[in-house]
Write a new protein. Structure first.
Length: 515
């Protein structure tokens, strides 16, 4: 055997040993929990044969608490680069079979190395989290490692897409890296995210709660809004990641790959979806599907704050971000959560040069003590800020109701929409006709012989005068009143003519959004 052959064989032995992770029984335990081993996750997510791994032979530096000489394969995390749909990505996956995927200093250094690569090469970063958190034996060095990760998450924000995939526990301060990234993916029964675990809660508050109810996948998809995509299996989760990456660009200076323009499916007849009665609900996703290529729509945060719908579709082959009031839920009102949800999505689209199409049909902000005390002023302001700040092409279509502050907030001309179109049924006013008539004609109604008849008459008068799109059209606040059937053509044209849009803003270090 030549020297080279011996060295290659030694390399192979070392590789074989290193990829065994925490050993057979730990891997069997992982699989028994319904979880894939770290490398298997990467292989299933990336294009076949595209993964190149780095720092396979890294060794931990812990010396205390019996750690000296302990073999922790790759220090509990796998890092590398590969491709998804042919496009390069950087990835790390924590290996729970090695010391519970806990984060020691070398483990953190591997993660920060791949984050630095991603930022330098301007490619998306995907982090698969499956970890017991800071490695207890390494004390402050583990905490320092987290700090280095959080700092890089912040630097990379708005430069490269950052995706966090929660495929196991993600406990303590460790949850803040996902929270700093753009999209968080969770899988039912597998993902757990919380700041303080059930044991701490029991000892401090005396309350018993299981991990699933505290911070399981459903909790973060439906209640907290921390997760953006919910899947029933790891495989479904990987397919969601591939779809998302197909819609978005690899960096803030790249463009999402255009596709062939394919007409929407005939079953989505746009003129039949929205009822003429202003209070009758319908699913705004059907309107979106009547506008997008092949009627495809990839919804973000589908299970949270359902009164607003956000997500990606394509028009004429190009990616568009949709923000749409959802009359099916709470009549599509704006509230704290829906404002948060839309504002963050708008900022993502703006950072990555994705044009925004806004579909408007809502009665305004949700009234009530609960909302006021939950801070609807501050949260609602996020939406105003995000739309005003965004410089990507911004197009609004007013489908039906556009009342009050909501009219302004939903990408009005006044926040610098590039195009505002309204359907003939649109009502653009300070408030709905009933409320308005009751206030401005209160005296006439009270003093009338038949107050109810007078009220009806005044409501009708108000409707005739203000509840239509022509008052706004007369002022140029909307550009065209259009036939619903013309909407896709108007959008195609507006997106086409906006491609070279350039906006200069006053020079500043950064704004101070209300978050
Ligand atoms: C060192 C750890 C560890 C940790 C788990 N392990 N967490 N080792 N540091 N943080 C080890 C276990 O000792 C065990 O080693 C192996 O990983 C598997 O763990 P199990 O407990 O057997 O697994 P399981 O029953 O599935 O429970 C998983 C778990 C639990 C729920 C995550 O391990 C747990 O509660 N861990 C501690 C979570 C935690 O409080 N972390 C610190 C959070 S504070 P052996 O050798 O027996 O196989 C934090 C601060 C970050 O992270 C601050 C950033 C700003």
């Amino acid at each position: 055997m030549s020297l080279l052959s011996r060295k290659i064989s030694e390399l192979q032995d070392r590789r074989d040993k290193a990829v065994q992770g925490g050993g057979e029984s730990a891997i069997a335990k992982q699989i028994a929990m319904g979880k894939l081993p770290a490398r298997e996750r990467i292989n299933q997510l990336l294009d076949a044969g595209s993964f190149f791994e780095y720092d396979l032979f890294i060794e931990h530096e812990a010396r205390e608490f019996g750690m000296e000489g302990k073999n922790l394969a790759g220090d509990g995390v796998v890092i590398g680069t590969g491709t998804i749909n042919g496009k390069p990505v950087a990835i790390y996956a924590q290996d729970f079979t090695v010391a519970g995927g806990s984060l020691g200093s070398m483990h953190a250094r591997k993660i920060t190395k791949i984050m630095d690569y991603a930022l330098r090469m301007k490619i998306p970063l995907i982090g698969i989290n499956d970890s017991g958190g800071a490695r207890i034996q390494e004390g402050v060095n583990s905490l320092a490692g987290y700090g280095e990760i959080f700092f890089r998450n912040t630097l990379a924000s708005g430069v490269i897409p950052q995706l966090s995939v929660i495929l196991g526990p993600c406990a303590g301060g460790a949850v803040y890296s996902p929270a700093l990234t753009d999209f968080v993916f969770v899988v039912d029964k597998i993902s757990k995210m919380f700041i303080t675990g059930p044991e701490v809660i029991k000892s401090v508050l005396g309350e018993e709660i299981d991990m699933e109810s505290l911070g399981g996948a459903r909790v973060h998809s439906e209640i907290t809004g921390n997760a953006h995509f919910f899947a029933n299996s790891e495989q479904e989760c990987f397919s969601q990641i591939k779809t998302l990456l197909d819609y978005i660009p690899s960096c803030n200076e790249c463009k999402a790959s255009p596709k062939k323009s394919i007409e929407p499916l005939k079953k989505f007849k746009i003129e039949k979806i929205v009822p003429v009665e202003p209070t009758k609900p319908y699913d705004v996703r059907d309107v979106i599907k009547a506008l997008t290529d092949s009627s495809e729509f990839f919804e973000v945060q589908e299970l949270w704050a359902g009164n607003i719908v956000v997500g990606f579709g394509r028009i004429d082959g190009r990616t568009v971000g949709f923000v749409a009031n959802q009359p099916l839920v709470l009549a599509g009102v704006l509230d704290c959560d829906s404002s948060d949800k839309a504002a963050r999505f708008i900022r993502f689209c703006d950072a990555f040069e994705i044009p925004i199409v806004t579909l408007e049909d809502m009665p305004g902000y949700l009234p009530g003590v609960d909302q006021e005390h939950a801070g609807v002023i501050r949260h609602g302001a996020k939406l105003l800020y995000a739309y005003s700040e965004a410089t990507v092409p911004k197009i609004t279509v007013i489908l039906r109701k556009a009342y009050g502050g909501g009219y302004i907030a939903m990408n009005s001309r006044h926040l610098r929409a590039d195009f505002v179109f309204a359907w003939p049924l649109a009502e653009i006013a300070v408030m709905g006709p009933e409320g308005a008539a009751n206030i401005i004609f209160r005296k006439e109604i009270m003093e009338a012989e038949d107050p109810e008849a007078m009220r009806k008459q005044k409501v009708e008068e108000y409707k005739q005068k203000f509840a239509n799109p022509y008052v706004a059209a007369a002022k140029g606040y909307i550009d065209s009143v259009i036939n619903p059937a013309e909407t896709r053509n108007y959008l195609k044209h507006a997106l086409n003519v906006s491609q070279n849009k350039v906006v200069k803003r006053p020079s500043k270090k950064h704004g101070i959004p209300p978050f």
